[in-house]
Structures are given as structure tokens and as C-alpha cells.
Design a protein around this ligand. Structure first.
Ligand SMILES: NC(=O)c1ccc[n+]([C@@H]2O[C@H](COP(=O)([O-])OP(=O)(O)OC[C@H]3O[C@@H](n4cnc5c(N)ncnc54)[C@H](OP(=O)(O)O)[C@@H]3O)[C@@H](O)[C@H]2O)c1
Length: 223
């Protein structure tokens, strides 16, 4: 689909990859970009339309869908990661929180906005996934499981929304230079690259974005 003239909504658009998505959408001609964030005061770019949204709060998700009825591209970017050991006696709460944001949050926002995308001609739904969707990482066990579940959800949404003409895009990559990966001493790609490759996929109608070598290798290892 064409980004020129689109109205987009990006969750977690105040920093990191979400901010890069919002900027890339504007640069590619989107006429309005809702920055759907927990704290709208963090949105200082006057080109963006702030919208209060905690993706784990069903009332807020429903309220956002009542406001942003003109949306044609939804980007489920908001996410969280905790370093949680796979085994041992650590509290389990962080893993539940991770699923609440990454998996249930994506699902709830997709549910709320699917009818809006349909009413506006189909549009696109983009889910920000990970190399961890393909391959579990022991120190990020809860995160990896949430990203695998989010990938599964993405495929099901793609099947379900095909009949309404919605392009469902899954975006995978290894480490990106953002706050989320700040404590990880590994090579990282810039957030702008993730956004650029995603814009290209939307324009070309591609359903999967493998941004870097890490994601391409992990995907290839599955077959
Ligand atoms: N960085 C990486 O290495 C990497 C690699 C692959 C995939 N990803 C994925 O890319 C996405 C963005 O990550 P990032 O690296 O940009 O992380 P980040 O810099 O930590 O930003 C996370 C964003 O998500 C928002 N968020 C968290 N919980 C939320 C909630 N309940 N409701 C609404 N917004 C919420 C944050 O808002 P606040 O500012 O309010 O906290 C923030 O805007 C995530 O889905 C992540 O899993 C990241």
C-alpha cells in the first residue's frame, strides 16, 4: 500500500524504534501520525498527534479506537524486555508483565483497530517482532516466548484479515540501539534502519521483514 496520504498510529512512539517508525511514516508522506503513548507529554514533535494509550489497559485501547477512526496503518511497536532466568526461584511477575505488553497488548490493539482498518479500505497492520520470535534466548526467556507468541498471533491475524484487504507485516531483527538493549554488549543496528526496511515492505506489500543478518540466519535455521 502507499504510505503517501496514509493516517498511521504507532504504539510506543515516544522513543526507540517507535519514534523511528513515526518519523519514517512522516518522511514517506503519511498525513497524520498518532503517537500512541503512555504519557502524551513525552511527544514534543509538533508533526505528531499525541494519543494516550497503555496497551495493557483495555479501556484505554477501546478509547483510542473511538478517537483514531481515520487510521489506515497501525504499528504495534510497544514492547518490554526483562532479563529473567529460565529456571530458578526468581519471581515470575516480570514474565507475566512482558506477555501483557508484547503479546496481549498487540492482540488487543489489533482487535480494536481491525474494524477501523476495514472501514478505511484495508490498510496495514505492522507487528514489531524479533529474532527471538524464531529462537529462544535463555537470559531473555520470557521475552523470547512472548515474541514467539506474538509471531504466531501475527500469522493468524494475516489469515484472518486477508479477506478485509489488510496487509499484516511482521518485522524481525536482532539487537537495536535503543534503551531496551542498553545493557546488552552486542552489535546493534540503528532504529532508523528497522523503520526504513518496514516502510519499504509496506509499499511493496511484503508480509515479512528480516532487517538484519541475525534475523535472516535465525529464520533460515527453522527449515
Ligand atoms: N531494541 C532491540 O534490540 C529490539 C530488537 C528486536 C525487537 N525489538 C522490539 O521493538 C519494540 C520497541 O522496542 P525498543 O527497542 O524501541 O524499546 P524501548 O526503547 O525500550 O521503547 C519501548 C517503547 O514501548 C513503550 N511501552 C512499553 N510498555 C508500554 C505499554 N504498556 N503501553 C504503551 N507503550 C508501552 C515504551 O513507552 P514508555 O516510554 O512509556 O516506557 C516505549 O515507547 C519492542 O516491541 C521490542 O520488543 C527491540
Amino acid at each position: 500500500m502507499q504510505i503517501e496520504g496514509a493516517v498511521a498510529l504507532v504504539t510506543g512512539a515516544n522513543r526507540g524504534i517507535g519514534k523511528a517508525f513515526a518519523e519514517a511514516l512522516l518522511e514517506n508522506g503519511a498525513v497524520k501520525v498518532y503517537a500512541a503513548v503512555r504519557n502524551p507529554e513525552t511527544i514534543t514533535d509538533p508533526r505528531l498527534t499525541p494519543l494516550e494509550l497503555d496497551v495493557t489497559d483495555p479501556d484505554r485501547v477501546a478509547a483510542a479506537a473511538r478517537i483514531a477512526t481515520d487510521v489506515t496503518i497501525v504499528v504495534n511497536n510497544a514492547g518490554t524486555a526483562d532479563l529473567t532466568p529460565l529456571l530458578g526461584s526468581e519471581p515470575f511477575d516480570a514474565n507475566r508483565r512482558t506477555f501483557d505488553v508484547n503479546f496481549y497488548g498487540t492482540w488487543d490493539v489489533s482487535r480494536a483497530f481491525a474494524p477501523i482498518l476495514a472501514a478505511n479500505g484495508g490498510g496495514a497492520l505492522v507487528n514489531m517482532l524479533s529474532v527471538a520470535s524464531f529462537r529462544g534466548v535463555r537470559l531473555l526467556s520470557g521475552y523470547s516466548a512472548s515474541k514467539a507468541a506474538q509471531w504466531s498471533l501475527t500469522g493468524t491475524l494475516r489469515d484472518a484479515l486477508a479477506e478485509q484487504g489488510t496487509l499484516v507485516v511482521g518485522v524481525h531483527c536482532g539487537f537495536v540501539d535503543t534503551d531496551l538493549a542498553a545493557g546488552i554488549d552486542q552489535p546493534k543496528i540503528p532504529a532508523a534502519l528497522v523503520a526504513e526496511e518496514t516502510m519499504r515492505a509496506i509499499e511493496l506489500g511484503e508480509t515479512e521483514v528480516l532487517v538484519d543478518e541475525a534475523s535472516r540466519e535465525a529464520k533460515a535455521a527453522l527449515v
